[in-house]
Design a protein around this ligand. Sequence first.
Ligand SMILES: Cc1ncc(COP(=O)(O)O)c(C=O)c1O
Length: 388
Amino acid sequence: MKYDFDKIIDRKGTGCAKWDNLKEVFGREDILPLWVADMDFEVPKEVKEAIVKRAQHGIYGYTYRSQSFYESIISWESKRHGLNIDKGWLTFTPGVVSALSTAVLAFTEPSDSIIIQTPVYPPFYSVIRDNGRKIVENPLKEENGHYYMDFDDLEKKINDKVKMFILCSPHNPVGRVWSKEELNRLCEICIKNNILLVCDEIHSDIVYKGFRHIPIASLNEKVAQNSITCTAPSKTFNVAGLSCSAIIIPNENIRNKFNKQLDAIHIGSSNVFGLTALEACYTYGEEWLNELLIYLEANRDFVLNFIQNEMPEVKVSKPEGTYLMWLDFRKIEKDGKKLNDLMVDKAKVGMNNGINFGSKGEGFMRLNIACPRSLLEEGLNRIKTAIK
Ligand SMILES: Cc1ncc(COP(=O)(O)O)c(C=O)c1O
């Protein structure tokens, strides 16, 4: 391997949410943090060099998006995911969550309902609830640690008030990479019921062998015209702190309405370094990403083996994508608060408490495996000792 993902890089003292904020988040400092979804790996060297070069210029005024910036996104989506997009379909937000919130404000009214598939990334709840809209949960079905969409439940939950569906594809936290059949069926139901599809594809580049991410806008023209797709290099290349997301909206009316909402809250302009990083990631990052995927897949398999051999009481879903693993501790502790105390105060490992992903997440923890394997091993040993 050309890149050394085993290398431990000290992130403390960089204002890093994952490592510098432990007392505030977990109530103590002696925690091994395996939580918030960023990686403990350095970005590709070309990305760092591009940022340093831009920084050296010394003037960081208002900026505009160059042709090569657009081309880097268009070429990445086409090459990696087979999605052909026009430059004019693209619009930009600081983050994917701000895009979700913008969509909620632009396309729904306070009395409307929005469907999400739970358990799910906590801001899916907050962008609906905090904007005064109603959350309708369409829980995923679980069989032997594998999660499926529940279409019967979905059809029962749809009524005149449901105006939007926010899909997580690939899914955080259960790690599903949705199949074409699943996506087609879901989209058919949404189109039949005039429900706008907002698809969060932030994890689309982190997909393991045997699986393929299918962009929702690539399914067919009808789906594309009823969709908003949120993408970003932030998870893929570990540049979340640079705030630059690309939103794909093929339908002109939907795009204009989305942009009008963005203009109303004035969050459409980008950060100089975010633009620089995005273009460098998509232009030069492919080789690095291919090696990262090999490393992450080995981390995933390491966790699966460790759990099977050393703590079989813990059930785990095998992720098809994402660097997140959804661990079921219910045989050990069903109560979410007590489970959290066990992990924090006894294991001294900081994971995301499943309870924050919806009521079905109680008794679960979300583990972030995007770190050097030695840290992952240390974390798993700590958990094993605590539960023994
Ligand atoms: C599904 C999903 N969407 C969005 C985000 C965050 O997006 P942003 O930081 O661009 O708002 C995350 C981060 O973990 C995520 O998992």
